[in-house]
Design a protein around this ligand. Structure first.
Ligand code: CUA
Length: 179
């Protein structure tokens, strides 16, 4: 048989399956199945997942809840914009909102305590990139993202917006303290 001439039997799917071909199809299929079930397994047991929960909200509802926390637990203000630094009790629900072009408020947390961190964007898409811990999620308007966090190292963390959000995007940096 030659590659120049058309094949005698043009309906390739009617050719008998070669043993080598069948073996490779079998190996590929088994590997597909392993990869498929690994996705499910890794979702539950992989350490790379952020277990965020997401709920619908509105800027007004979210801001009201954040304001309650800020009113109750502000310990001082920082930066030129007088952003409140809030030290909420360990184990509580804590709130941070993003808007053009800042994060509000600044949080002061205790090491090795667990908090439920609620995030939303008030206007456009923003990013929540926690440095140097390298935790990354999108903050989407209309949605409340909830992450359970247990800071295990004290220090100052920066919250960097990593979704392009306009002329002040590069200045959009927030702060979280862990004591
Ligand atoms: Cu907010 Cu970029």
């Amino acid at each position: 048989m030659s590659a120049i001439l058309p094949p005698a039997e043009r309906l390739w799917w009617k050719h008998p399956l070669d043993r080598v071909e069948g073996t490779w199809i079998g190996i590929a299929f088994v590997w597909c199945m392993i990869m498929f079930f690994m996705m499910i397994y890794w979702h539950a047991y992989g350490s790379q997942n952020l277990s965020t929960e997401t709920y619908k909200t509105t800027p007004e509802k979210f801001a009201a809840k954040a304001q309650v926390m800020v009113d109750a637990y502000t310990v001082r203000t920082e930066t030129e914009q007088q952003i409140p630094v809030v030290a909420p009790p360990a184990g509580s629900d804590i709130y941070m909102l993003a808007r053009l072009w800042s994060f509000w408020p600044i949080l002061e947390l205790e090491k090795d305590q667990t908090y439920r961190l609620h995030l939303t964007a008030m206007d456009y898409n923003h990013g929540f990139s926690l440095q140097p811990a390298n935790i990354n999620i999108q903050m989407v308007p209309g949605y409340e993202h909830v992450i359970t966090i247990t800071p295990n190292q004290s220090g100052m963390y920066s919250v960097v917006c990593n979704e392009y959000c306009g002329i002040g995007h590069h200045q959009m940096v927030g702060r979280i303290y862990v004591k």
